[in-house]
Design a protein around this ligand. Structure first.
Ligand SMILES: [Zn+2]
Length: 306
């Protein structure tokens, strides 16, 4: 089974007016069924440089998600731990860009009520919450006062704080202020690939100690800086992180439909390629299950309330 912590498929469906059930993207219902998918975080990705009103666009994307799950025989919207069942695929709404809140706590509550259960606090722009780690420009700038309030309110509501894209100092503020496990839904190890989107060893250990997880991102720029996303590079990150911090901190956050590099794992239906590669490296079935879905499920069950 698979619990993937990040994809941008809804943005594609929204932009192209296409469908989730069948399409030529990295993720469709058909492909998720082949992957034996248990749960999928569907990010409502907002590029604040492209949209006029991020709050409005985000709501329109959620409308598209709702439309697509209503049409599906296999994918159901999940907002609570008890919604996740092995006999179905549970789609969970997340937001990638805390700027959609426009600095208002009532908008956080609005999106919670619409079913959003996790927010990537920043993308590549500064917003009311904090600063991105884009090109390390804001590496040492922490959360803003509103960001600290957002983290606390997310804890209270039962929403997962997602630190991918956030500045390093912002990450440490989330560790400091969150009373619940946090995640980096689609980030790899910076020691293996020195990109600002990846986590340092110290951050990985802090994340582990907080009970959180990091989802392995398939974007080649964050794997090894090449043009091709290779299975061997994903395995390299997994091996490194396991040795550093243990198996419990590892998860999957493919970034499918948000990445444009060439991919050995061409879409989500081909996830067994990673299973086989890990088996070859003597990962046990138990460890592979933890990486593929159990660790992510553990955090979801701990943070999100029934
Ligand atoms: Zn992203």
């Amino acid at each position: 089974m698979l619990f993937d912590l990040h994809c941008d498929t809804i943005m594609r469906i929204y932009d192209d007016n296409t469908a989730l059930e069948t399409n030529d993207y990295h993720i469709s219902t058909e492909k998720m069924r082949k992957a034996n998918s248990l749960a999928q975080f569907f990010a409502m990705f907002i590029d604040m440089g492209e949209v006029e009103n991020p709050y409005v666009t985000c709501n329109e994307m959620i409308d598209v998600f709702e439309r697509e799950v209503a049409l599906s025989k296999y994918v159901f919207k999940g907002t609570a731990p008890s919604d996740i069942k092995p006999e179905q695929i549970t789609g969970i709404i997340t937001i990638e860009e805390g700027g959609v809140l426009q600095g208002k706590m009532e908008n956080l509550i609005h999106f919670y009520q619409r079913g959003v259960r996790s927010i990537v606090l920043t993308w590549n722009y500064e917003n009311e919450i904090g600063y991105p780690n884009y090109q390390f420009t804001h590496q040492n700038k922490g959360l803003k006062p509103f960001g600290i309030e957002v983290v606390k309110k997310m804890n209270e509501l039962g929403m997962i704080v997602d630190t991918s894209h956030l500045s390093d100092a912002g990450f440490y503020d989330c560790i400091k202020y969150s009373t619940k496990p946090i995640i980096a839904s689609h980030s790899n190890a910076r020691t293996v690939c020195g990109h600002s989107r990846n986590l340092t060893d110290d951050m990985i250990l802090a994340l582990r100690d907080k009970g959180g997880v990091m989802g392995m991102n398939f974007c080649s720029a964050f794997l090894d800086g090449s043009k091709l996303s290779k299975v061997s590079s994903i395995v390299e990150h997994i091996k490194y992180i396991k040795k550093l911090a243990g198996i419990e901190v590892l998860a999957i956050g493919t970034d499918f439909d948000g990445i444009s590099c060439d991919l050995e794992i061409a879409d989500i239906s081909k996830m067994d390629m990673l299973v086989h590669a890990l088996e070859k490296e003597r990962f046990s079935a138990d460890e592979i299950d933890k990486i593929f879905y159990q660790n992510a499920l553990r955090v979801y069950n701990e943070v999100v309330v029934d």
